[in-house]
Design a protein around this ligand. Structure first.
Ligand SMILES: Cc1cc2nc3c(=O)[nH]c(=O)nc-3n(C[C@H](O)[C@H](O)[C@H](O)COP(=O)(O)OP(=O)(O)OC[C@H]3O[C@@H](n4cnc5c(N)ncnc54)[C@H](O)[C@@H]3O)c2cc1C
Length: 334
């Protein structure tokens, strides 16, 4: 039995690769939905026309340059699930918007980014998905690998390093190298604040990188991102501010709304506001290796802290690489 822990894009990509090599997989995720940081939520009880609308509250968009990942993206585009959003974002200082910067094409998902993970998962008949399943301990005793006391042949742990480290058995000496591999990368937090307005009182924009601001780093126009023009903004909070309020994210909402008003020169206050905490939003550095696999225990690690991350594309590459290495290792061992 091969288990993948984590149903974000790296875990689902890992399961897909293992399936492609003929291995059946059980994928466990503690969330009630798959997707991890490719998270979307539904607006509810806002008192606006936008109840029932999906908004992206984790990753904002994705880029694609790897040939294999581009194949996946082209398939999503062909089936109307993803679309090229924009290749130009505005720049802002604390005083306001100051210019535009061109870059690579950024893709968005018509049904929210989570829908892309659900789509990938739906294509894996040889993966059994267990949602609401919190894994507590991955251990190695008397030559046997276990996941919560269940004997397994291999386990791929696909999530931020601090979350992976929390489930590795520190009492098992054989785990030492894997635990070591989860150290050395610092992860920064953020909060994503969704603000629903009655009307869009801002000048047209897709997204704004906010520089040198103590409150915000980024503002996405979710109406432009999703293509429906809804007056919905999602602002990401400066990691330093977020780190100081992890126990009480709601406390920063007044400062976020004031910053939105200041930077975008808004004439209206939002009608509905929601905040999402991301304790481990992004690794500050990433290893050049695509993934980690311990040959003695068959425990692997994948996430956006590998493959040069920290992006959706590299998390996909990392999971795919781990699935391939694990499949080759298991095949060689039989
Ligand atoms: C606010 C924010 C903005 C971002 N913006 C962008 C962007 O614009 N572009 C971009 O490319 N990337 C962006 N990223 C990064 C991108 O989201 C990640 O690189 C990518 O989604 C990582 O996927 P993953 O599968 O490695 O990890 P995750 O998506 O974190 O998946 C890990 C999964 O493991 C599960 N899990 C954890 N512990 C356990 C346990 N004990 N038992 C069972 N399950 C467990 C979690 O529930 C989760 O589903 C952003 C991230 C955040 C948070």
């Amino acid at each position: 039995m091969v288990i993948v822990v984590g149903g974000g894009i790296s875990g689902v990509a890992c399961a897909a690769e293992l399936n492609a090599h003929g291995f059946e997989v059980e994928l466990l995720d503690r969330g009630h939905k798959l997707g991890g940081r490719m998270a979307s939520r539904v607006i509810r009880d806002s008192g606006t026309d936008y109840d029932g609308r999906v908004v992206d509250i984790g990753a904002s968009y994705f880029t694609a340059s790897d040939e294999k990942f581009l194949t996946v993206v082209e398939d999503w585009k062909a089936r109307g699930l993803a679309r090229g959003w924009t290749d130009a974002f505005h720049l802002a200082s604390p005083q306001g918007v100051s210019g535009v910067r061109a870059g690579p094409m950024r893709y968005a998902a018509v049904g929210g980014l989570r829908s892309l993970i659900e789509d990938l998962a739906s294509q894996l008949p040889n993966t059994a998905f267990q949602r609401n399943h919190n894994v507590e301990l991955v251990s190695f005793t008397d030559g046997h690998l276990t996941v919560d006391s269940r004997l397994v042949d291999a386990v791929a742990i696909c999530m931020p390093d601090p979350q992976a480290r929390a489930i590795l058995d520190v009492r098992a000496p054989e785990m030492a190298a894997t635990i070591e591999a989860t150290c050395g990368v610092v992860w920064e937090p953020t909060f994503a604040v969704t603000a629903v307005f009655q009307t869009a009182s801002w000048s047209p924009f897709d997204g704004v990188f906010v520089n040198d601001d103590s409150v915000l780093t980024w503002i996405a126009n979710d109406g432009s991102r999703r293509g429906d023009g809804a007056p919905v903004l999602v602002a990401h909070v400066n990691p330093v501010l977020a780190a100081g309020h992890l126990a009480d994210p709601a406390a920063v909402i007044p400062r976020v709304l004031a910053a939105l008003q200041r930077i975008l020169a808004l004439s209206e206050q939002p009608i509905w506001v929601d905040i999402q905490r991301w304790t481990y939003a992004r690794p500050l550095i990433a290893w050049a290796d695509d993934c980690y696999l311990d040959d003695d225990t068959n425990v692997g690690l994948a996430s956006d802290a590998w493959a040069g991350g920290p992006r959706i594309e590299t998390a996909w590459q990392s999971g795919t690489a781990l699935g391939q290495r694990m499949a080759e290792r298991l095949t060689a061992a039989t």
